[in-house]
Design a protein around this ligand. Structure first.
Ligand SMILES: Nc1ncnc2c1ncn2[C@@H]1O[C@H](COP(=O)(O)OP(=O)(O)OP(=O)(O)O)[C@@H](O)[C@H]1O
Ligand SMILES: O=P(O)(O)OC[C@H]1O[C@H](OP(=O)(O)OP(=O)(O)O)[C@H](O)[C@@H]1O
Ligand SMILES: [Mg+2]
Length: 329
């Protein structure tokens, strides 16, 4: 049984991107879940709280610092890119639990070569280039990247060994033109930066398809107070997520139990409030994709006043996010 949270327990630390590509989307994401950040004044805005949530502190950090704080246990929960988790943590599966992808911050980590290399389309072709360079000129292929670990792993999987990494912490795509490397490994979304630098992605050169994730630390001090705050936060996030993908359908229609069961089964719907009493309206929750097919079926069965709404939140006892967290801490 869980104890009542103690006031002197450590609070939950939620790490949120404070700059860069993920910041705006992360704040909007929590906002939709009814979680509003309040910046602590006088602390230069690096710390804050969540309006109406006891026992939680917000740390505003860069996406990469968030990974470090989750790994050390200084933060309990954080939003960051999967690319950074995979790059920065060699023991990601032990240190953190990826609770859920968030549907924003999509970007691919890719191997890109000069467009002028018209015969080089695959990692196997690149391997040939690297071997030839080594044999003919005694030089190793230079790869500019900040994704050192992901690159080593991916190249090893493709049996490519004749290369050298040139660590790059900015303007990586410019390295081939500047003459500091032959090829690059970098992150891309639109491909505009690669194109502007006359680079192309190899056909099998997508190392990782990344997006922003809600990530939990297994090493943070999960006192009862932090657990209680996590419960509040994750139940709101799950309630918003469930609501976003569900439609509520109400209708005037009398069906017997077996017809109702067949209907819910066929459309992946639920009866959130059970079978209606005689004469009472029928209420269904169905996946948004199934809504019109279900409406048409209700119509065929003689229903009237079929009313479809999108709920704001659906709080359910079964919470996938909490279950994932509870399994790890
Ligand atoms: N087009 C993109 N380029 C880079 N990162 C992207 C892109 N789209 C989404 N991301 C995600 O955003 C994360 C943070 O990148 P961003 O460049 O915004 O951070 P930053 O705080 O500016 O850090 P840095 O100074 O190291 O770039 C990336 O690791 C990746 O997960
Ligand atoms: O495929 P695209 O849509 O063109 O995006 C890719 C570019 O965006 C990122 O840089 P960012 O703007 O974050 O600058 P940074 O290198 O200073 O992080 C990334 O490092 C690429 O250079
Ligand atoms: Mg950046």
């Amino acid at each position: 049984m869980t104890q009542a949270p103690q006031a002197n327990d450590a609070p939950l630390v939620l790490a949120v991107p404070s700059k860069g590509r993920l910041q705006e989307n992360a704040t909007a994401f929590f906002g939709r879940a009814g979680l509003k950040f309040v910046k602590a004044s006088g602390e230069r805005g690096y710390r804050g709280t969540i309006a109406g949530v006891e026992g939680a502190e917000v740390a505003f950090l860069s996406a990469s610092e968030i990974v470090a704080q989750l790994a050390s246990g200084a933060a309990h929960l954080g939003i960051t890119g999967e690319d950074l988790v995979r790059e920065q943590l060699s023991d990601a599966d032990a240190a953190v639990e990826m609770l859920t992808p968030l549907g924003f911050g999509h970007a691919n980590v890719v191997v890109a070569v000069p467009q002028a290399w018209i015969d080089v389309r695959s990692m196997a072709d690149l391997d040939d280039v690297a071997s030839t360079m080594r044999a003919r000129h005694g030089r190793k292929l230079r790869v500019a990247t900040k994704y050192v670990n992901l690159t080593r792993r991916f190249f090893a999987e493709h049996g490519l060994a004749d290369y050298r990494i040139v660590e790059s912490l900015g303007a990586t795509e410019g390295a081939p033109a500047a003459g500091t490397a032959e090829i690059v490994v970098d992150i891309t979304t639109t491909g505009a930066t690669l194109a502007a630098n006359a680079l192309k992605v190899l056909d099998d050169g997508v190392m990782l398809a990344s997006e922003a994730n809600l990530v939990a630390s297994t090493r943070a001090p999960w006192d009862d107070r932090a657990r209680a705050a996590a419960r509040t936060i994750l139940s709101r996030i799950a309630a918003e997520e469930e609501a976003r993908t569900v439609r509520e359908i109400r209708a005037r229609l009398d069906l017997d139990a077996s017809a109702l069961a067949a209907l819910t089964e066929r459309f992946g719907a639920r009866l959130p409030f059970g079978a209606p009493a005689a004469g009472a309206p029928l209420t269904l929750h169905c996946p948004d994709k199934a809504v019109f097919a279900l409406v048409e079926e209700l119509d065929r069965k003689g229903a009237d006043d079929i009313t479809v709404t999108a709920p704001t939140y659906v709080f359910r006892r079964a919470n996938r996010l909490l279950e994932r967290l509870d399994a790890r801490i």
